[in-house]
Design a protein around this ligand. Structure first.
Ligand SMILES: [Zn+2]
Length: 296
């Protein structure tokens, strides 16, 4: 039995699965917005599961952000009270065992690679296009972390070959850089590009409604969105050439993407043949917590 914990900014979710991935139980609590409270919450979920089902063989935790390779402290987490803290070490002390701690996009990708949409593929690239944008690489059901723990970090590379209009109608990224993929393909990024272009105040749901009603500007915006996604993913394909690409996050539910992206991608791939599938995730919102359980 394996325990997975998905540590989010507002909720902490736990799952207990057996060795075949069958869910035995699940729990969700509010995340305390301070360091000690966050640790206590995680410990309480683990203790509760083990009281009911007996000892687990592993505990894995997925969280936004990363563990610095230099200091072993958390960095880049939007749950800011975790930054600069030795979270892994303190959780190991609190739980009296070794644990696995991993970036949430890597957990998503692992979940989909093990028994989701990327099952039976060796090299899986996972993409989160939601409130933010991230990515992860899993090879033979193991997370590829890279030397600096940044492998697959796809959200903050620049959109390739930006036109003047694409430079003009976009917000600066919170990370401080200009032209990041996140500012074009996350939900808020997509809406922001649309609003700056058409001087509106829509969110991505409104633009999607307009697309369904065949609004001219919405169709144009989604064609452009698919093209942005394809340009970003073409970099991944030209470097990594994964066996499959799995999309997650709120924007991944839009079927227009899957209907149109193959054609866009082929334009940017340096190969005469290209048959890599871009697919929607299988486990939906459960992928983060399931991937955390599969960490080892
Ligand atoms: Zn950025």
């Amino acid at each position: 039995m394996k325990i997975g914990i998905d540590l989010g900014g507002t909720k902490t979710e736990g799952i207990l699965i057996d060795d075949d991935g069958k869910e035995l139980t699940r729990d969700r609590i509010k995340t305390e917005k301070n360091y000690e409270g966050t640790i206590k919450g995680i410990v309480s979920i683990v203790k509760e599961f083990e009281k009911k089902f007996g000892n687990s063989t592993s505990v894995g935790i997925g969280m936004p952000g990363a563990i610095s390779t230099d200091s072993a402290l958390v960095k880049n987490a939007n749950s800011i009270w975790l930054n600069e803290q030795p979270l892994k070490k303190d959780l190991q002390i609190a739980l009296d065992r070794k644990i696995n701690l991993e970036n949430d996009a890597n957990c998503f990708t692992l979940s989909e690679a093990v028994d989701g949409a990327g099952k039976e593929h060796s090299v899986v690239f996972g993409v989160i296009i939601g409130t933010g944008t991230g990515g992860g690489i899993v090879v033979n059901n193991k997370v590829l972390r890279g030397k600096n723990n940044i492998a697959g970090e796809w959200g903050h590379i620049g959109l390739p070959n930006r036109t003047d209009n694409e430079k003009k109608y976009v917000k600066k990224c919170y990370c401080g850089k200009d032209g990041c993929m996140e500012t074009y393909v996350s939900g808020p990024g997509f809406a922001s590009v649309f609003n700056l272009t058409y001087n509106t105040q829509h969110d991505s749901h409104k633009i999607l409604d307009d697309l369904i009603n065949e609004d001219k500007n919405a169709i144009k915006a989604f064609d452009q969105y698919v093209d942005h996604l394809a340009r970003g993913l073409s970099l991944v394909c030209n470097v990594l050439d994964p066996d499959i690409i799995v999309l997650g996050g709120g924007m991944s539910n839009i079927s227009y993407i899957y209907e149109n992206i193959d054609e866009s991608l082929k334009k940017y791939i340096f190969s005469d043949t290209f048959d890599t599938k871009i697919v929607k995730n299988f486990h939906g919102d459960s992928s983060g917590v399931r991937g955390a359980a599969w960490l080892s």
